[in-house]
Design a protein around this ligand. Structure first.
Ligand SMILES: [Zn+2]
Ligand SMILES: [Zn+2]
Ligand SMILES: [Zn+2]
Length: 309
């Protein structure tokens, strides 16, 4: 069970999922709950001897039906590796799995916002190393997507469309592009190596993308993560957030508006060894203080992407 309380001073919901304190924490390599179940071995979360991509309900959920959802998406039955090292066809299949979950969870009355994300690395609190991501179906519209809708209203149109046009014309923060997708360090990045991967055309969600666009999205995400890993020649920790149109209210997920599919990466590292901490200014005042300009980190990341290719 979890409990929601409205924090009046912040104007936002806080969710208490107290059972999560007992969740599996960095188990030994041979006790990975996200591995396939070996014949004769202990049963894992996935009771089959081999699989491609697996989705199941989180055993330690922040949300449960009929009041939202929490799912785990395991990218591969290979314990080692990452989003970057998946075969391209597997990464492409992952986009279809995400799309399927967006449509299915988004169609539920108790889900207002489908949020696909990945936490990678102990630096961001990962408790299992096996390559996987998560999906939350929030029973309310969370503050970050609400802020993005407010940006649309402020700019009098789709904010990601407008910002992408600015990035393409400025050029200096671009990292990688293909026919469907553009990756860049945003003009006002909060994290030193923050990267946004945005659909070139206005696409409200994964459901609005063509098969070719989904393939190109997978290609761009893998390219970015390979570049991250090449940057300091170590697995690069990040939080990856997939932002799409909300599905609540009158919106059906297949016709969802008010959103533009993009993927944001928030890496906590500011050097190979130093972490960026959210401290006084960030937590107490809400203002990020960076120590590197987005143009500088973009130049470093472009070089790393070339090395990682
Ligand atoms: Zn594993
Ligand atoms: Zn747009
Ligand atoms: Zn966003």
């Amino acid at each position: 069970m979890s409990e929601e309380r409205f924090n009046e001073l912040r104007g936002e919901q806080v969710v208490y999922a107290i059972h999560r304190q007992d969740r599996t924490f960095l188990p030994a390599r041979d006790h990975c709950p996200l591995d396939a179940t070996r014949p004769g071995g202990p049963e894992t979360e996935i009771p089959v001897p081999a699989f491609e991509i697996a989705v199941f309900d989180n055993r330690f959920p922040a949300f449960t039906a009929p009041h939202g959802a929490a799912e785990v998406v395991v990218y591969t039955d290979d314990h080692d590796g990452s989003l970057a090292t998946l075969a391209p066809a597997r990464a492409e299949a992952l986009m279809w799995v995400w799309r399927h979950r967006y449509l299915e969870l988004g169609a539920r009355k108790d889900v207002e916002y489908v949020f696909i994300f990945e936490n990678r690395g102990v630096e961001v609190g990962v408790t299992l190393h096996h390559p996987h991501g998560q999906i939350y179906g929030y029973p309310f519209l969370p503050p970050v997507p609400a802020l993005e809708l407010a940006a649309d209203a402020r700019l009098g149109g789709c904010a990601p469309c407008a910002l992408l046009a600015e990035e393409l014309s400025a050029g200096g923060r671009l990292l990688h592009q293909n026919d469907g997708v553009v990756a860049y360090v945003p003009f006002a990045a909060r994290w030193g190596y923050e990267v946004h991967v945005t659909m070139r055309e206005h696409r409200a969600s994964l459901a609005a993308c063509s098969a070719e666009e989904l393939r190109l999205l997978a290609e761009a995400l893998q390219t970015v993560v390979r570049g991250f890993d090449a940057l300091f020649e170590r697995p690069f920790p990040y939080v990856m957030a997939v932002h799409q149109a909300p599905t609540g209210g009158d919106r059906s997920p297949s016709a969802a508006g008010g959103g533009h599919l993009h993927v944001e990466f928030y890496p906590p590292l500011r050097t190979a060894e130093k972490l960026k901490y959210l401290a006084g200014s960030e937590q107490g005042a809400g203002t990020f203080i960076g120590d590197m300009l987005p143009e500088e980190s973009a130049a470093e990341l472009r070089e790393a992407i070339a090395r990682g290719a």
